[in-house]
Write a protein that binds this ligand. Structure first.
Ligand code: CA
Length: 367
């Protein structure tokens, strides 16, 4: 009876009058639509799907108040142009890797991966609990950008080579795709290092414009089909021991958001940081088996002297970042190297010790 009364004309008018006298809650305010540019080919498993998942999660967590349209690399801006796009406001946010921008900020490499640097777990420790995020905020605030960790590939592979690498001198004269400070280190060993976005690697490798390329690891490399060009797949990828992906947001636009939407972006990025790593770890073992068993890919271990030479070259590159950087770059480098030193001592007696122990020969079920 009461319900029927409320639905009568008088009840509706009274209800409308009451509603209009109340202050409008923030949730009823304008819906925000943002553009997210990415560095990834559309639909690329792991990276592009991770960026899509991040955008979708922000939309759902916000109840549709902040929705994000995702652009593949090259659709709105060039695949390696995400930093400028967010800085200039062409895009509101981006998903890519910070080390694509070391030409602008050498310290950006620390927030993806540096050669012989931190693993994914160690990097998370530094960024979340070792002062890394605060330093990152300071670095990118110079460019009007706020960045979050938003994915990780784990340890990468050394890459695809068209000829066997038996010694350091086999590297000389090679044209090879490798970004970041790992690429700078490779250049010290006589390699002509080429920067290419993911979608341009296959055609350049096929045409012979480059002699080899690293991308990520089995899951992604299988989907891009590099095994069709060469069967030599080197390990390990000491140039990228756990590469983080980042979500960059135009800082002015981020700061203007209500607190709950800021928290939603931060939480969605933290979730994606975990889930993407789980996806790579979840899919890569089977992809590696497919590459080896179906496509007859040969797993090739880098000779020890090549690894050592790359280690020394990496050390020189990273020492240069420390020595030649401005004050902020120096502070970031010092913080990273100090954390790395302690992390190495810890990992030595935990993860590294355990995986070495697990690799010993003993009887154990294999499923
Ligand atoms: Ca890579």
């Amino acid at each position: 009876m009461k319900r029927r009364l409320f639905l009568s004309g008088a009840g509706l008018a009274a209800g409308a009058a009451l509603a209009s006298s109340l202050p409008k809650p923030a949730i009823a305010q304008d819906k925000i639509e943002w553009k997210m540019v990415t560095s990834w080919p559309r639909g690329l498993p792991g990276l592009a799907t991770g960026a899509e998942r991040l955008a979708d999660r922000i939309g759902k967590l916000s109840g549709g108040r902040l929705t994000i349209k995702v652009f593949a690399g090259g659709e709105l801006v060039p695949a390696l142009g995400c930093f400028d796009a967010v800085k200039q406001g062409t895009a509101d946010m981006a998903h890519d890797a910070a080390y694509y921008h070391i030409d602008k900020e050498p310290a950006a490499g620390f927030f993806t991966a540096v050669p012989f640097g931190m693993t994914a777990d160690e990097l998370n420790g530094w960024v979340y609990f070792g002062g890394g995020q605060e330093l990152w905020d300071e670095l990118f605030a110079k460019h009007g950008i706020k960045a979050f960790l938003a994915g990780n590939t784990g340890v990468q592979m050394g890459g695809w080579f068209r000829k066997e690498i038996k010694s350091v001198k086999d590297l000389q004269g090679l044209k090879f795709r490798m970004p970041g400070q790992g690429g700078d280190a490779l250049a010290k060993l006589g390699v002509t290092v080429v920067q290419l976005s993911g979608q341009d690697i296959f055609s350049n490798l096929q045409s012979g414009t480059i002699d080899g390329a690293e991308w990520i690891g089995p899951y992604n490399d299988l989907s891009l089909g590099f095994y069709k060009i060469t069967k030599m797949y080197y390990w390990p990828g000491f140039h990228e021991p756990g590469s983080a992906l980042q979500c960059m947001v135009n800082k002015q636009k981020f700061d203007a958001l209500p607190e709950d939407l800021k928290q939603i972006i931060a939480a969605a990025c933290a979730a994606e940081n975990d889930i993407m790593l789980a996806e790579f770890n979840g899919r890569s073992p089977a992809a590696l088996a497919t590459l080896v068993n179906e496509h007859k890919v040969q797993l090739m271990q880098f000779p020890k002297d090549v690894v050592t030479a790359f280690g020394n070259a990496s050390g020189q590159v990273m020492q240069d970042v420390l020595d030649k950087g401005d004050d902020l770059t120096k502070r970031i480098a010092k913080s990273y190297f100090k954390f790395l030193k302690d992390a190495k001592a810890y990992t030595k007696v935990t993860e590294a010790a355990y995986t070495a122990a697990r690799a010993l020969k003993f009887r154990y079920p294999e499923g």
